[in-house]
Design a binder for this molecule. Structure first.
Ligand SMILES: [Zn+2]
Length: 54
């Protein structure tokens, strides 16, 4: 629920493919959260996405 499989992305810091890990989650409203995914190796922010809460 509210989770989705992410494919690997190349971390700009590590210069290698990593699996983004959820590192921050912020409620935008009752229905939406803004989820931030970070590099598990260095912690750099890789991507953010809006998720609808089921
Ligand atoms: Zn990294």
């Amino acid at each position: 629920m509210g989770q989705r499989k992410l494919s690997s992305v190349v971390c700009p810091n590590c210069k290698r493919p990593v699996k983004p890990q959820e590192c921050n989650r912020k409620a935008l409203s009752k229905r939406y959260v803004l989820v931030t995914y970070c590099c598990p190796r260095c912690g750099a922010e890789l991507l953010t996405e809006h998720l609808e809460i089921a």
